[in-house]
Design a protein around this ligand. Structure first.
Ligand code: AMP
Length: 246
């Protein structure tokens, strides 16, 4: 399958070409039509499968289509992610795929002063990428309102659970409008995640993608038997390294 066959608009196809993407990954093939059809989605997929583009690309396309009718520069899409690194990566994806479109986004996370983030919010944005703590903090200060959210994305739900964010997530879920489209992504589905999924998603389409674990073709793999003793393992490793250098 090609990106063309996914009914993507020209500005996005051009951006993907600039990125050097040739074909969609399996999760993109499955998720993009579901998101474009404005259905809820439960994606069981890990980082590395291309899941960020699987939600970012159709979100950009939906926003572009609504551009004329929706209030400009009010937050219409909220993406929650557990860590600052992931938040930054998601922001970079929106820059890349949205380079030929007009949507504006901001990324907010804790552990840094809030000034620059508040300035970005005040300039007006369409898409907000946030970690839960900083989002609730800036909401309580009145800098963020979620009344116009039409699409809500929860990324890495199981890591949110590990990091103790579930009560925050539940509070936030209850504050976004009920009639939104919701997309949840999680590498695993522990019972606690299943529970919030049942509560906050409406009849979701389900996608499950296993991590691709292929090795680069240029790498030859072989097995070397060694005794379990650490000193012997070290000696085996030294010998292999000597042989590789010689
Ligand atoms: P993610 O799973 O979203 O963290 O993405 C993993 C990596 O795959 C990122 O570096 C993306 O830039 C890259 N990527 C995503 N989709 C594609 C694609 N269709 N073709 C090539 N690279 C991609």
């Amino acid at each position: 399958m090609t990106f063309n066959e996914l009914s993507l608009i020209a500005p996005i196809l051009q951006a993907l070409e600039t990125e050097g993407y040739k074909v969609p990954t399996p999760i993109q093939e499955k998720a993009i039509p579901i998101v474009l059809a404005q259905k809820d989605l439960l994606g069981c997929a890990q980082t590395g499968t291309g899941k960020t583009a699987a939600f970012a690309i159709p979100i950009l396309q939906l926003l572009d289509a609504q551009h004329a009718e929706k209030a400009p520069k009010r937050i219409k899409v909220l993406i929650l992610t557990p860590t600052r690194e992931l938040a930054i990566q998601i922001g970079e994806s929106f820059t890349a795929y949205g380079r030929n479109l007009k949507q504006r986004y901001a990324v907010i996370f804790g552990g840094v002063p809030q000034g620059a983030q508040v300035q970005a919010l005040n300039r007006g944005i369409d898409i907000l990428v946030a970690t839960p703590g900083r989002l609730l903090d800036l909401m309580s200060q009145g800098y963020i309102h979620l009344n116009d959210i039409g699409i809500f994305v929860l990324d890495e739900a199981d890591r949110m659970l590990d990091m103790g964010f579930i009560p925050d997530i539940e509070r936030i879920c209850k504050m976004v409008p009920f009639t939104r489209q919701t997309l949840f992504f999680s590498a695993t589905m522990p019972p606690e995640i299943q529970r919030i999924t049942d509560t906050f998603l409406h009849n979701p389409a389900r996608i499950e993608i296993a991590r691709q674990s292929t090795t680069a073709e240029t790498i030859t793999q072989y097995l070397v038997a060694s005794s379990p003793h650490a000193s012997e393992k070290r000696e085996t490793l030294r010998r292999l390294m000597r042989e590789a250098v010689d």
